[in-house]
Design a protein around this ligand. Structure first.
Ligand SMILES: [Zn+2]
Length: 345
């Protein structure tokens, strides 16, 4: 067996500068080669750097991140190595997540778990399953990396990226994701994961895709709690026109015609309890055409969405509840594909 566990995982690095103490000693390119310009072997220090780089690339690959993010992660890792003189498994993962956040690329919880298992396998010989403590440690290190290198998170990119991950999970097509992104942006731009999950959950219910919401929220990294962010009321205007949805009322679902403003559907529900369903179980009935003005509301199985207003309850760490009003005007012709079974007769 090779002395170094780096053989399979090696990023392609070019050995460039031989003398400079400051230089990392090689340039990161692509996998899977090391290119030497002389015949000397690696120093102890260079081996350590190579191990870190190979870990970074292994983690980035598992997290399904592209070359651009991987290279950025490698750059950050070498920068931090200069300051910290070593990088632990949680730190390597934090570095990769920081590079992804900077580029606006979302990562799933499962991929972070698998990266942790892989890196502990490489460093300790057997994989360890990350616990809540490990997740917290990764989160703390992530914050430290971001602050120490003064990095900025691309929050809008992250919102789009999270919506795409979750949209895929519920089986939404590309066109149906646009309204989700527009709604997510209007919820809380400073909380990309919460906003994306809250928006996708709303459309998941509207589109009758019925993917279990709890499992949807659990997909994301960093972990977010659904119970801290609940849909309370919603109003939607459907069809083509310029009438916006009315202000949402607490625990009420309302649908209006975007052409004439007629109220097509409205129901008030009781607070969720074992006896009462929560809002996600209320039927969402929209006729084929508006009974008042005759405007078309569906395009085949696609419900045309003009505007959406949703009332969310956000529970802080204590028990303080904040109401968040999200209001999104959709581009004309926006629509979501509603599952066959719910097509109006
Ligand atoms: Zn109408």
């Amino acid at each position: 067996m090779d002395e170094d566990p780096i053989a399979d995982e090696l990023p392609r690095v070019r050995y460039d500068v031989l003398d400079s103490y400051e230089s990392p000693g090689f340039i990161v390119e692509k996998r899977p080669f090391i290119e030497f310009t002389d015949s000397r072997s690696l120093t102890h220090e260079e081996r350590r750097k190579l191990r870190i780089l190979s870990s970074v690339y292994a983690a980035a690959k598992i997290m399904e991140l592209d070359d651009e993010v991987s290279k950025e992660a490698a750059r950050i890792a070498l920068e931090l190595y200069k300051r910290w003189h070593s990088l632990k498994v949680t730190e390597v993962i934090a570095v990769v997540l920081a590079a992804a956040a900077e580029k606006g690329v979302a990562v799933t919880r499962e991929n972070v778990e698998r990266a942790y298992e892989k890196l502990t396998m490489i460093s300790r010989g057997k994989p360890a399953t990350p616990t809540g403590v490990v997740f917290n440690e990764i989160k703390k290190k992530f914050m430290r990396v971001m602050m120490e290198l003064n990095m900025k998170i691309d929050k809008d990119g992250l919102i789009v990226s999270y919506v795409n991950i979750l949209g895929n999970a519920i089986g939404a097509d590309d066109a149906s994701r646009m309204p989700m992104i527009v709604l997510a942006r209007s919820i809380d731009k400073s909380r990309p994961a919460y906003s994306a999950a809250a928006a996708v959950e709303f459309f998941n219910y509207m589109m009758r895709l019925n993917r279990d919401s709890e499992s949807l929220w659990k997909m994301l990294w960093p972990p977010v709690e659904r119970k801290r962010f609940l849909i309370d009321g919603a109003s939607v205007s459907v069809g083509a026109g310029n009438v916006e949805a009315p202000e949402p009322e607490s625990r009420t679902v309302t649908v209006v015609c975007a052409s004439c403003g007629a109220r097509l559907f409205s129901v008030k529900h009781k607070p969720p309890s074992p006896m009462n369903f929560d809002i996600s179980q209320i039927p969402f009935h929209v006729p084929a055409v508006c009974p008042h003005c005759g405007a078309r509301l569906w395009d085949g199985n696609r419900l045309m969405i003009r505007s959406v207003k949703v009332l969310y309850k956000f529970r802080h760490n204590g028990n303080e509840v904040m109401m968040i009003r999200a209001s999104a005007l959709m581009p004309m012709e926006s629509s979501v594909a509603v599952r066959e079974i719910e097509k109006p007769s």
